[in-house]
Ligand binder design. Sequence first.
Ligand code: UD1
Ligand code: CA
Length: 446
Amino acid sequence: MLAVAVLAAGKGTRMKSALPKVLQPLAGATLVERVLASARNLSPDRKLLIVGHQAERVEEQLSQLDGLEFVLQQPQNGTGHAVQQLLPALKDFNGELLVLNGDVPLLRAETIDQLVNTHRSSGADVTLLTARLDDPTGYGRVFADASGRVSGIIEHRDCSTEQQANNLTNAGIYCFNWTTLAAMLPKLSTDNDQGELYLTDTVAMLDTAMHVEVADPDEVNGINNRKQLAQCEAVLQERLREYWMNEGVTFTDPSSCTLSEHCSFGTDVVIEPQTHLRGRCTIGAGCRIGPGSLLENTTLGNQVSVLMSVVRDTQVGDDVAVGPYSHLRPGSDIGDNCRIGNFVEVKKSRLNSGSKVNHLSYIGDAQLGSGVNVGAGTITANYDGVNKHQTILGDGSKTGANSVLVAPVTIGSNVTIGAGSTITKNVPDNSLALGRAKQLIKENWS
Ligand code: UD1
Ligand code: CA
């Protein structure tokens, strides 16, 4: 039997944030979701999350996660106090308890597997993960012999200068035998610089403690402040880009681009410099994105190009060209072979195949048929000051430059709207509509 407990009750004082530390986002997932994911291979029998600071907010955000039990720690009196809160919940539990600090988001699932396997084969009371760090400042120091036996952990602030020179650090990841740990937990004391109950003190109290040193010290980066948050983001971005390059995506300037965890790409996608994909993005084969583009929660079909543009919560079909300087806002649905050009904003609108909005337009709350040609500067006036209204443009219609379509309005198929028209009434199929002042000429007037 295996239980996993994640320590997520702390405030994260050093972050200086209104957001609880464990909810800070990193490459599209929160810190705590990443920590939970690192134990995914083990299929634990119990999953417990210790919450405290802004507990409701943390619970609410994670309520969709399957089989997660929330355990309240109130007040937050240290990591040992946090684990003490598990005593009632795990009263009849017999097995291993894997404890994960909620602020260590870069752990690989394989590393956690290795820790648990080592623990099982050595028969120790606890096995913990360690790393040799070039700069161990702030981390607890682990005192161990050459055979891997640990005698104790001393927090950075409680170390003598001599002890601080030891760079073997505690990652905050432990596999305990639950029953032996449970017997020790009530004996913890607050005899330390912070006056808290430290989980790390149990290590010296247990008979046998072992450690496993990670090969890649980046994995155990803990996040206490914004600088460490940025460092972890950089490591995750590097991992994501490397993964997708191995899957056949080209980055012309990788380090200038960022991705989220929930992006996927077809083959032969090219990502040009200064391009960012956030949220859930699905990108088809042969797309070219950037330079200078931002996509969020967006699906692109195959062979789409997006140049210097912002695209959010939008669906795009195949063989579409977007940009330069287009803004596709939430709820847009762009059919195959469409063209969205320079300085065009589209919001909550459907464009059927082959329609073009090439220059300087606003298309909001509109339905365009196929093969529609929207002339330069056409505006759908969708808002009457209180409500939003729809504009419908039938197949094959064209609007002249600088037309205003005052919604609600329905324009039939194969209609031509004269340049400079303000259209306030419905227009039947196959007609020409003009709505502008007649040109007046006064000869020899000057
Ligand atoms: C802890 C370890 C340190 C280790 C480091 C690794 C202790 C005493 N020290 O230090 O040896 O090198 O992690 O990153 O354990 N938390 C609670 N309740 C509390 C206090 C903290 O749930 O009362 C949670 C926090 O939300 C956080 C985790 O425990 O996710 C670690 O707490 P933090 O205060 O960051 O510990 P460190 O000082 O980093
Ligand atoms: Ca920490």
